[in-house]
Design a protein around this ligand. Structure first.
Ligand code: ZN
Length: 377
């Protein structure tokens, strides 16, 4: 089966009461849109991703870098936007199913997506729902409430998964009705209900966004790293994976890059995965003269496998020589590529020790790093 994913992000956020629509608000450097898309991109079965945007939001959209995402402009209503996206998808090759999701629900877990994909193998329409736990009343008139049986009610969530051809056909047939959700179009006996998630709530008001922020922060971990290398003649100097012209270079078992080593240690610390010495022993010949960029790539792939993602990095390079001003952007750019995060989330500071100690006497160079990671599950 070949799945596709529609993210509906064209809403005006009237109830959110902010000039910036809620889907473009950021948490840890990422917009609400990117938080959903980054999780979806991890699923190999999802072959095509469509983001439906509002033309009026173009100036906000332009600021986000989106890879492997098709962007289309939505209609006036949710229904029109969905239909436009479906029409686009139906022309793509070999897409059998579509997950339709509201951008206002960025806090779904990957497990929920897994469950939807698995259930879609046997069911054309898979819908996550929640039971109600609060007492439920209906307003009868000004002074009277009617008691309702909460067992008779369910709350539906997104993503909802449908057979692409079928849902497109139904949308076409009901084009002129004002339908609020796609499920309305499906006959009841053809729906597979699965358990939704409380955490997958819809961000409607500012309070909801605050709750979402708090949840993201509760998944954040911090790590610290430090490294120092001797400076000697006739050796190269690598900082953050960039070869810096210098009379003195670092002595080390590997290429002796103190910045990347401190980053690796901070990363391992934040993810509670030990330290650089345990991962790449200096007794192991395999790592003799190895470029630290290679070690870094290995660690990044290990943390990705454990669902960690880097949030931000703050780096101090402590050295008397050479002056780093000229190379700062190049180093940040290289670290951004290695860490797979935008440059805006990296900060690099060059410090001296006012000629004091071994660093002041140009016998050593050190780096310290603090970084935060987010665990996505
Ligand atoms: Zn080192």
């Amino acid at each position: 089966m070949r799945f596709s994913f529609i993210l509906l992000a064209g809403g005006n956020s009237h109830r959110f009461k902010s000039k910036l629509p809620k889907q473009y608000h950021k948490i840890g450097g990422k917009t609400v849109i990117e938080i959903s898309l980054d999780k979806i991109k991890k699923f190999k079965d999802i072959k095509k991703i469509v983001l439906v945007c509002n033309k009026k939001h173009l100036k906000f959209l332009k600021k986000i870098k989106l890879k492997n995402v098709s962007i289309i402009y939505g209609g006036v209503t949710r229904q029109q936007s969905t239909y436009k996206a479906l029409n686009y998808l139906i022309k793509q090759k070999e897409i059998s199913n579509v997950l339709i999701h509201d951008a206002a629900r960025p806090n779904f877990s990957k497990d929920l997506i897994k469950k939807i994909l698995i259930n879609s193998k046997k069911n054309k329409n898979v819908i996550p729902v929640l039971k109600l736990h609060d007492a439920l009343k209906a307003k009868h008139n000004k002074n009277k409430l009617l008691n309702l049986k909460r067992e008779n009610f369910l709350v539906t969530q997104t993503p909802q998964c449908f057979d692409l051809k079928n849902i497109t056909k139904l949308h076409k047939k009901n084009k002129n009705k004002n339908i609020h959700d796609d499920l309305t179009l499906i006959e009841n006996n053809k729906i597979k209900l699965i358990n939704g998630e409380k955490r997958n709530f819809k961000i409607t008001h500012k309070d909801d966004f605050k709750l979402f922020k708090d949840l993201c922060r509760s998944n954040m971990k911090i790590g610290i790293g430090f490294d120092v290398h001797r400076l000697v003649k006739n050796k190269k100097l690598f900082l953050g994976g960039v070869n810096i012209p210098s009379i003195l270079g670092t002595l080390g078992h590997s290429d002796g890059d103190p910045v990347l080593h401190a980053i690796i240690d901070a990363l391992l610390g934040a993810c509670q995965m030990g330290d650089i010495g345990e991962k790449f022993s200096d007794k192991n010949k395999k790592f003799k003269n190895v470029r630290s960029t290679i070690l870094m790539k290995q660690i990044i792939s290990e943390i990705e496998n454990r669902n960690f993602e880097i949030n931000n990095v703050d780096i101090n390079v402590i050295t008397e020589q050479p002056k780093l001003k000229k190379y700062k952007n190049k180093i940040i750019n290289n670290i951004s590529k290695l860490c797979k995060i935008p440059q805006e989330r990296i900060n690099l500071k060059a410090k001296t020790t006012e000629k004091l100690g071994v660093i002041g006497q140009e016998k050593a160079i050190a780096s310290e790093v603090i970084m935060s990671v987010i665990k996505n599950d």
